[in-house]
Design a protein around this ligand. Structure first.
Ligand code: ARG
Length: 564
């Protein structure tokens, strides 16, 4: 917004298009160098003068109301009158068009997210997909897309044969019922141990899976049982996390849709035999072939993903298909998208794998094959317990302690994940994530609660656009206030950037910066002062910050308590 003012003022003095000026303008690294800077190197060639001289000449000639211009080396720097423009910025934050962003133009984005595996614990690994996916959902929506969340449950595959064989051999129904997922998983681990000693087990497992594929009653009932119990647990987790899905369409949903894929691949001459199996070669793409049919004729993960993509495009009418899945599956998605292209689906270019790095819990890697798995539920519960302890320590008289502890504990985990660039590995520490004074979810939540308590103590009861008249320039010309307001008006462009880059961390880090600026402002400024107009003006600024925090945290998937 500040850049816009400069563009208007500068365009009469330089022979460059408004758009080009807009691109050239910079925000100086520190405020001593002004609010906006124009580098003069670009003009030096054409005007055959040094950029220093050009900066000096422009400084003498350019005149923008309430903006001071100064040449500083090769830069022309602009210093805005804080009060005048502070009022403009603050009013802008209240304008109805402030958050009206429509880069998405109603296009439908199908988001593949979470997608845990049946009969396996919901590990920390799926947390990242769930939270990043959910934040992207809200971000896309905010900028005008029509996003759809789909849970591609891992509910099919030969591992179910192993699961059934193990269940039939060693399963104790009563014991299992006490903690189904953990027991399913124990059985699965046992199967792998025993199968090393007795290879016949693998055959047995194959037979069970074949039965399942043929619709055998017993196999089917067992499978139903695994799915039912797993979904119960997953849904409990989603509820804690505040995440919903428009569709649960597991891999098994595509069982009757893969024949058509194999047929089409065959017709188009794309299938090639390789050691008894069938693959699509991807030599031109310089990646290994994509396996479509195993030597026993069964379809696999990639085949199901091909059928899935077709369904999402043709039936769910997705304009873009995105997959929030760990970086370790990058090759898989490259293969799937390449095969789609080869099948003549030009929209394959609108398919995108959105990868993310590994997450470690206090240095430990999550393992799902062997050994102890730390389940997400254990982590969530511990976070809430520790949040409770913190509340007891800091604010024992707080009402709704339980609710606040949930918001804070779960919020700490979500934010602790989302503040990292998604491709980075995250070494998650609960201690750190809960720290009120660190770069954490609770810090941002706490700043929001502080703003609410200031408002509560004041006499100003309404903060709508109708109140803009109470804003007085006189009380906005202080350095910290100005820095804060400049941060406030960044919000819409932050949302756009975060959505365009599929990067919730851009929003998370912005919220941290905004809170830091607010807390600086609050240290330098008493808000609840005698002078009515001063108080109201500052409250309007605080409220603008509060609204952004609330909006931003909700996008990331955090709850925002009024008191903490
Ligand atoms: N269930 C898979 C896993 O846990 C993730 C599925 C991702 N989505 C997909 N369409 N392949 O590894």
């Amino acid at each position: 917004m500040l850049k816009d003012y400069i563009v208007k003022g500068l365009c009469q003095h330089v022979p460059i298009s408004e758009q080009k000026i807009q691109e050239l303008l910079e925000i100086p690294p520190n405020e001593e160098l002004g609010d906006v800077a124009f580098p003069c190197f670009f003009l030096a060639k054409e005007w055959r003068k040094s950029p220093q001289l050009i900066a000096q000449e422009l400084a003498d000639n350019v005149c923008i109301p309430d903006v001071e211009t100064k040449a500083m080396g090769p830069y022309l720097n602009f210093f805005f009158h804080k009060g005048t423009y502070g009022k403009k910025l603050l009013s802008n934050a209240y304008s109805p068009s402030f958050l009206h962003i429509n880069v998405g133009q109603g296009k439908r984005i199908i988001i593949d997210m979470s997608s845990p595996n049946i009969a396996k614990p919901f590990g920390i690994g799926h947390l990242r997909s769930t939270m990043i996916g959910n934040a992207l959902y809200h971000l896309y929506k905010k900028v005008g897309y029509e996003p759809v969340r789909v849970n591609h449950l891992g509910d099919w595959g030969t591992q179910f044969g192993k699961q059934m064989s193990a269940y039939k051999r060693w399963g104790n129904p009563e014991l299992i019922q006490q903690d189904p997922i953990r027991r399913f998983f124990d059985l699965y681990v046992k199967f792998h141990e025993e199968a090393e000693k007795d290879p016949a087990l693998k055959d047995e497992a194959r037979k069970w899976f074949a039965k399942l594929e043929k619709g055998d009653k017993e196999a089917r009932e067992l499978w139903d049982y695994f799915v039912r119990e797993s979904l119960k647990e997953f849904k409990r987790m989603y509820e804690k996390l505040g995440v919903e899905f428009e569709y649960y369409l597991g891999e098994s949903f595509y069982n009757d849709k893969m024949g058509a894929v194999v047929e089409e691949l065959t017709e188009k001459g794309l299938l090639e035999e390789s050691d008894g199996a069938y693959v699509v070669r991807l030599d031109e793409e310089e990646i290994p072939p994509c396996m479509i049919l195993k030597s026993d004729g069964s379809t696999i993960y990639a085949t199901r993903d091909l059928a899935t993509a077709l369904y999402r495009h043709d039936e769910l009418k997705g304009d873009r298909l995105v997959y929030v899945v760990g970086a370790e599956q990058s090759l898989h998605f490259k293969q799937v998208f390449s095969v789609l292209e080869k099948m003549g689906r030009s929209w394959a270019r609108d398919c995108e794998h959105i990868p993310f790095g590994l997450m470690r819990l206090e240095g430990k890697k999550m393992s799902t094959r062997r050994g102890r798995v730390i389940t997400l539920e254990e982590v969530l519960n511990e976070a809430v317990d520790r949040a409770k302890e913190l509340i007891e320590e800091k604010n024992p008289h707080l009402q709704n302690k339980e609710e606040v502890a949930q918001a804070m504990g779960i919020g700490a985990i979500i934010f602790g994940d989302l503040k990292h660039n998604r491709l980075n590995e995250v070494n998650f520490s609960l201690e750190e994530a809960l720290n009120f004074e660190g770069d954490t979810g609770p810090y941002v939540q706490y700043t929001y609660a502080r703003i609410q308590s200031i408002k509560e103590k004041s006499t100003l009861k309404s903060y709508g656009i109708e109140n803009l008249a109470v804003i007085s320039e006189q009380y906005l010309n202080q350095k910290e206030t100005w820095s804060l307001l400049k941060e406030v008006i960044q919000y819409p462009s932050i949302l756009e950037r975060a959505a365009a880059q599929n990067e919730p961390s851009i929003l998370a880090r912005y919220l941290l910066d905004l809170c830091k600026q607010f807390n600086k402002f609050y240290q330098q400024n008493r808000i609840l002062v005698e002078n009515e107009q001063e108080m109201k003006t500052k409250l309007m600024a605080a409220q603008a910050v509060g609204e952004i925090i609330q909006d931003g945290l909700s996008i990331l998937g955090l709850k925002v308590p009024n008191k903490m």
